[in-house]
Design a protein around this ligand. Sequence first.
Ligand code: NAD
Length: 294
Amino acid sequence: MKIAVVGAGTMGNGIAHVFAQNAYEVNLIDISEKALQNGLATITKNLDRMIVKDKISESDKLATLKNILKYTSIAEGVKDVDLVVEAATENLDLKLKIFKDLDVHCGSDTILASNTSSISITQIAAVTSRADKVIGMHFMNPVPIMQLVEIIRGYNTSDNTTKTIMQLSEKLGKTPTEVNDYPGFVANRILMPMINEAIETLYNGVAGVSEIDTVMKLGMAHPMGPLQLADFIGLDVCLSILNVMYDGFKNPKYAPCPLLINMVMANKLGVKSGEGFYDYSNSRKAEILSTQFN
Ligand code: NAD
């Protein structure tokens, strides 16, 4: 089975890494040559980290890298592939355009998967001529480490497509979990209201940032408090997922906290902007990012 991954950013390079390490040939596609170079540099760095930890050998690393080819054109990169995993920027119009292109350039049996965090798989499938072969394959960040793949069945996704993707995810050493296509799916439908409530608790002056995170870490055995997790995910991403659920369900319980909206407008986006609920000066940022792979 040959795979194409569209998007070489945070998620795309992780997804390419995991397929390639499991002996699949991967065409990694991005419109940006720089993103492809950065993506491959990240994969190389993460493989080196695994060597240091004795999880793989030098020859495993070379074999993994050999399995990945770079492309800047979808038409070129998806020729002869059996599965495309789309992990491009989270933007509805962009994803609809990419899936229209994929439908034109892929063979009629090719399965088209999206790693979207919040966009409807049914809506994406509707712009293709193969809605039965469109599915959500929601990997978690960092992909080489996290066990879960949330498998999202669109309204028209077939049993065959679901079975193929569930089995493939298991071959990658992951635990796939099947869910239906409603706003936020399962992971974000439960996670985002918790994060939003933590922000609301801060906004209402009930407790400070570190107190809220300490309660959830030590009291609920969460590995990371909800405010720190929001910083890692990106406050803009949290806001956009909450808005998708708010619009999709028309239910005020998903309304984003005004403090979250203000922080995003002020460009306090978390780790990626250097500041969110916590301060990430350069040295601290490097230290925190490196602990993600421990
Ligand atoms: P990112 O911004 O790190 O990477 C996106 C990449 O897509 C960029 O390299 C960009 O150049 C590329 N791209 C944009 N338009 C393209 C096109 N037309 N063709 C090919 N490549 C194109 O984003 P990310 O965080 O990796 O997120 C990717 C997807 O994964 C999104 O749908 C997001 O919702 C989802 N997701 C993200 C996370 C996370 O923690 N970051 C977790 C789960 C799911």
